[in-house]
Design a protein. Structure first.
Length: 171
């Protein structure tokens, strides 16, 4: 297992960088702008995939946007009715200096998940695809993005606010 400290880092792994690149290529094919990498949202993404893989808060009625009670964050059981959406949306400001809301897309595979598989899942889901390409309720352009992949989980966090740490480049 990769230590928790690694996932608090703002550096994307090669696999995460590949997913970022694939998302940007897809957006470019739709004539959309590149989303700047966000150190803050990358920390949130890394923290969340580690929580998902280690503590599995996505069991029962809780889905992949859920957070366990085993960390420095507020626990959250995110259900399909989106009744507790704000619990998830506030995670960036709870974990970092990013003050805007964060919006997450997530994917899971019982095997390891590749960047290509994750993006394919999201492109095949109307709600997730809308988030990636800023359509429907997600029309406001994204100003920040963070990516996390670990142990069969892939998450991408989007934000409408620029990251105050964006001058500290995410590799």
């Amino acid at each position: 297992m990769i230590p928790f400290e690694h996932y608090q880092a703002q550096v994307m792994t090669a696999e995460e960088g590949r997913l970022y690149d694939l998302i940007m290529e897809y957006r470019k094919s739709r004539k959309l702008t590149v989303i700047p990498k966000s150190p803050s949202l990358t920390i949130v993404a890394h923290t969340h995939v580690l929580d998902l893989a280690t503590n599995q808060p996505d069991k029962g009625q809780c889905n992949l946007h859920s957070w366990s009670a085993k960390g420095t964050w507020s626990p959250c059981c995110y259900t399909s009715d989106h009744g507790k959406a704000s619990c998830m949306w506030k995670k960036p400001s709870e974990l970092t200096d990013y003050k805007g809301n964060g919006y997450e897309i997530s994917a899971w595979s019982s095997e390891s998940i590749t960047p290509e598989q994750a993006l394919s899942m999201w492109k095949g889901s109307p709600g997730h695809n809308a988030c990636v390409i800023n359509s429907g309720m997600w029309k406001e352009p994204w100003q920040a993005i963070g990516v996390g992949i670990h142990d069969g989980y892939a998450v991408v966090w989007f934000g409408n606010e620029p990251d105050p740490l964006s001058d500290k480049a995410v590799k």
